[in-house]
Design a protein around this ligand. Structure first.
Ligand SMILES: [Zn+2]
Length: 507
């Protein structure tokens, strides 16, 4: 009954992914059975990453985890752009060596990925370590007649690429020079883009057959994907903003260097918006991952990000993060209650004794999980499907005291196991439920600018009011805390608290 027991091995291929190239969902079929090559464009390491980046890498981490769950052997390549104009400009500002600046931000990025529970990719190539591969690819493109040299710069000739525009759907007349390429009258076609840029006085440079310089942005991904995955591989992904010009240019370069170059699936995630505007560094309307996880638990942020289908836009707001924190608290509390309950039971669990209705619930949950994930990774549907088994767990824990103890324990154990399995694939499993609950409480206190002592004092005040039958006072304290976002729970052994969504004020 475990989800990874494959009754039907052919189910491994039942994954439908939306391919930006064909503009439709396609059944995923790897080029080599059982193996997947996946390249995802990484960050330009010159500053802390924002929530838009978090969304890209969480989305592809879910895909990576799901492919591994389907027992594919995945080679996941995610690069670091550590040579770039922005890095050079920032380093100059700070009086720092560009490579040491980018090394610092690569480390910061790794910390963010650890917070967000993103698994490390198989390889994380950096531009500065791949100059020979990049230069030899440019030589190949020049030899094939698809690029030209102007004063130490090398440009790709878009006119030599008959398929140019296929991915983005742009016709050549609406091709403008890419954002990162300054308009240059030396270009044969304004849409031509730099493969190699000659260095200015005092800038970091690498030697090349065309003189000292550095690679253009797009060529690095063509060269590094080819270095680790070959010219023909399965999945290439990134944020939707990379479709044009970055990925369009990558295709043109790779095909110009090697005619058999072929990527089966192009996957792109949607933007994070703030007030319906795309969150981006250049627009200045962004929150860094660090800023957000200062206030909210990183797994609440992850839940928020996967709570919407990866291709849809997602609107960031405090309310959304509050609600994600509340949802994840409920999930972990339910599972912690299971663990506590089972610890008290001390019995040998046997699957056979699970009653039919519980088994049905588990099977339905597993089927919902598989059908949602195989339909272009509808993680939001998986999260919605979690509520039935959790409701039943809470039911079993709280209201079925009369039922046979053993049966109850078996059922709770089986439900917890199946939820845990799904949370693991979604990357939402904390190292311990109780630790995560404690952290969620601490974050809530931090947001509310309260200390736990202040709450405990209120609880004490309320208890003595209740003891004195001053119910008006005890009610007022409960309401006062509720209005702030603190809920009180009265148990036989006393009153405890948890963070809760503050009530919506009545109009
Ligand atoms: Zn790239």
């Amino acid at each position: 009954m475990a989800m990874n027991d494959k009754k039907n091995p052919s189910s491994q291929s039942d994954l439908w992914l939306y391919n930006t190239m064909s503009r439709k969902k396609e059944l995923f079929k790897p080029k080599v059975p059982g193996k997947v090559g996946m390249y995802v464009c990484g960050v330009t390491a010159y500053d802390l990453s924002h929530i838009g980046h978090a969304r890209v890498y969480v989305s592809f981490d879910v895909l990576y985890r799901y492919l591994k769950h389907l027992e594919y052997e995945v080679c996941y390549v995610r690069n670091f752009t550590d040579v770039d104009d922005k890095i050079i400009a920032r380093a100059k500002q700070l009086g720092e060596d560009p490579l040491s600046l980018s090394r610092r931000y690569c480390e910061e990025f790794h910390k963010d990925m650890t917070f967000l529970r993103c698994l490390p990719p198989s390889v994380e190539p950096r531009v500065s370590d791949h100059m020979p591969q990049i230069i030899s690819m440019i030589i190949q493109i020049l030899e094939n007649g698809c690029a030209y040299i102007v004063d130490g710069d090398v440009y790709f000739s878009v006119d030599k690429s008959p398929e140019y525009g296929r991915l983005s759907g742009r016709k050549s007349e609406d091709n403008r020079a890419g954002e990162r390429v300054a308009v240059d009258s030396r270009k044969k076609n304004p849409a031509d883009f730099a493969l190699w840029k000659s260095s200015k006085e005092g800038e970091t440079y690498w030697d090349s057959p065309w003189g000292p310089g550095r690679p253009g942005w797009h060529i690095e991904c063509s060269a590094m994907s080819a270095a680790y995955l070959g010219y023909s591989f399965d999945i290439h992904g990134g944020g939707m903003d990379l479709v044009f010009p970055h990925h369009e240019n990558e295709i043109a370069q790779s095909c110009a260097a090697c005619s058999s170059s072929n990527i089966s699936y192009w996957l792109h995630n949607g933007f994070v918006t703030i007030d319906s505007e795309k969150m981006s560094k250049s627009l200045g309307n962004f929150f860094t991952i660090r800023q957000v996880i200062e206030l909210y638990h990183p797994l609440a942020l992850r839940l928020f990000l996967i709570g919407t289908h990866y291709r849809s836009p997602i609107n960031y707001s405090d309310l959304q993060l509050e609600s994600a924190s509340d949802r994840i608290y409920y999930i972990y509390q339910t599972l912690q209650d299971c663990v506590d309950f089972l610890k008290q039971q001390n019995i040998e669990l046997q699957e056979k004794t699970i009653p039919g209705d519980i088994l049905n619930c588990i099977n339905k949950f597993q089927n919902d999980f598989v059908s949602a994930m195989s339909n272009d990774l509808h993680t939001s549907d998986v999260l919605a499907a979690l509520y039935d088994p959790m409701r039943i767990i809470n039911d079993l824990l709280n209201t079925r005291k009369g039922k046979k103890q053993a049966l109850r324990a078996e059922s709770i154990a089986a439900l917890e196991k199946s939820i845990k399995h799904v949370l693991t694939i979604l990357g939402l499993m904390p190292s311990s439920y109780s630790e995560a609950l404690q952290e969620l409480k601490q974050k809530a206190l931090h947001r509310l600018k309260l200390t736990e002592d202040e709450i405990l004092q209120k609880i004490e005040e309320r208890t003595s009011a209740r003891n004195n039958k001053d119910y008006e006072r005890s009610d007022a304290i409960r309401k006062e805390l509720a209005a702030k976002g603190i809920a009180l729970m009265d148990n036989p052994d006393g009153t405890t608290w948890k963070p809760a969504l503050p009530p919506v004020p009545s109009p």
